[in-house]
Design a protein around this ligand. Structure first.
Ligand code: TGC
Ligand code: FAD
Length: 390
């Protein structure tokens, strides 16, 4: 049998279909040509300089809402969507986030719970990247426990009036439309809030040390008056936003595998070319131990992602499978990024190499979409039958 390929040790990608491989190659080519040469500058600047151009480019590539059916969306399988996330996050977690928030959160909420009018109005434009969406669940005082949210929507005649604050909202200040979750007398419901609505404003969060090539915002809702048809009619209770989170968390399962792969590949290349004590540092046993640990983590993450993807394509992925994948793969990526950074020595602390950028991005990835602890508790509940959340 052929020797293992260092770039796909367990030949995980040989289990992909031709269609899946085509998606992988198209997104990889785009990401390496259009994103990779710029991402360090965007990260250093702490912003995305042209979010509308980026949205349009992602729309043209076909990755916005690519796993949703109809309304101009791609209708791809779960594995194909995961591969797109993997290739984007191999460049930067912030770029995968852009696609996750648009397709798996904002568009998925409208797709799952919206009326025909809402779907027809927003989904084709969002799939094309002509309209940017955001998803407002987290609040300053409600993060892991979104059920404690204070944002309220009350009826006033046939209108709805929303008051509250959302925090840490990706793309909030560049969005054309916000899907905002609010407590009502009928439980938590989702609302479609166009950006120009009086009383709605967004402030960009600055001084981030992680996910810098991404726009993060506070959303302020002060007496935002919306017509009766602004509510997502199918949304009822906390389970509605949580079901959208499953979609985005699934993308992170793959994305983290991509970030891990990028760090491992950078470390391997660096270790083979960097010489100390008269030979490449790849020849030292301690470096080889790091590379061995990395390649195991990268391949475990890849297999986990593909397994959960196949379950999802068969309609058998429970949300605790997704928790398993997010928990395992983000932790694996964090280990790989930290080890890869050390292999790079002083160069590893700069933006000339991708490793520390990935390492600090992964602090966000371990926090958003359910922290490491929340997913540990979900897995703990799944295996014991006992809830330890509260
Ligand atoms: P709990 O009583 O357990 O659940 C309430 C209802 O929801 C159901 N449920 C789920 N449904 C679908 N998917 C899931 N993952 C679900 N988890 C729970 C549950 O069965 C129940 O249904 P029902 O019919 O019985 O009412 O709720 P809890 O208040 O105890 O909270 C559970 C907990 C802690 C797991 C949940 O609140 C949680 O996941 N917290 C983490 C919050 C979070 O992940 N926030 C993410 C915000 S969005 C974001 O970060 C975007 S980042 C940008 C990017 O992705 O790039
Ligand atoms: P907290 O919930 O306050 O948690 C603090 C610590 O306490 C964590 O270690 C946590 O694990 C631990 N903890 C909490 N509860 C328990 C428990 N029961 N048992 C054990 N430990 C516990 N949100 C959105 O709605 N939309 C977005 O687009 C979005 N984008 C984001 C982008 C970025 C860059 C970041 C950093 C966050 C984003 N978020 C977004 C918010 C994100 O989902 C929350 O930060 C996350 O859910 C955690 O909430 P918190 O930060 O309030 O931490």
């Amino acid at each position: 049998p052929p020797a293992p390929d260092p770039h796909d040790f367990l030949a995980v990608d040989s289990d992909l279909s031709d269609t899946e491989r085509d998606v992988r190659d198209a997104v990889r080519t785009f990401a390496r040509r259009e994103l990779l040469p710029n991402v360090a500058d965007w990260f250093e600047a702490g912003t995305l300089p042209d979010p509308r151009g980026l949205a349009k480019a992602f729309g043209d590539l076909g990755v916005l809402g690519m796993h949703l059916e109809g309304y101009g969306c791609g209708g791809s399988g779960a594995v194909a969507y995961g591969l797109a996330c993997r290739e984007l996050e191999a460049v930067d977690s912030g770029l995968r986030s852009f696609v996750s928030v648009q397709g798996s959160l904002a568009m998925a909420a409208i797709h799952k719970f919206g009326s025909e009018e809402q779907k027809g109005e927003w989904l084709p434009r969002m799939a094309a990247g002509e309209a940017i969406g955001c998803f407002g669940l987290t609040e300053p005082d409600s993060g892991s426990d979104p059920g404690s949210m204070r944002t309220r929507a009350r009826r006033d005649g046939s209108d709805w009036v929303l008051d509250g604050t959302k925090m840490w909202i990706t793309n909030g200040s560049v969005a054309d439309v916000a899907v905002v979750w609010a407590a009502t007398d009928e439980g938590i419901r989702g609302f479609v809030v166009p950006a120009g609505t009086p009383g709605f404003s967004a402030n960009t969060v600055h001084k981030k040390l992680s996910l810098r090539a991404s726009i993060t915002s506070e959303l302020v809702l002060e007496g935002v008056r919306l017509p009766a048809d602004a509510v997502l009619p199918g949304s009822r209770g906390l389970g509605s936003p949580l079901s959208c989170l499953n979609e985005a968390r699934y993308g992170i399962v793959w994305g983290a595998a991509g970030a891990a792969r990028a760090c491992y590949e950078a470390a391997l290349e660096y270790a083979l070319s960097r010489e100390q004590f008269g030979r490449p540092i790849a020849g030292f046993q301690l470096t080889q131990r790091k590379l061995a640990d990395m390649v195991v983590d990268v391949n475990h993450a890849g297999m986990t992602a593909l397994r959960i993807g196949r379950l999802k394509d068969e309609g058998r992925a429970h949300h605790n499978h997704v928790s398993f994948g997010k928990f395992a793969n983000v932790a694996a990526a964090q280990r790989v990024a930290a080890a890869a950074r050390s292999v790079h020595g002083a160069n590893g602390i700069t933006l000339e190499y991708p490793v520390m950028r990935h390492m600090v991005n992964l602090e966000t990835v371990a926090t958003y979409e359910g922290t490491e602890e929340i997913h540990a508790l979900s897995i703990g509940q799944a295996v014991t039958g006992v809830s330890a959340f509260r």
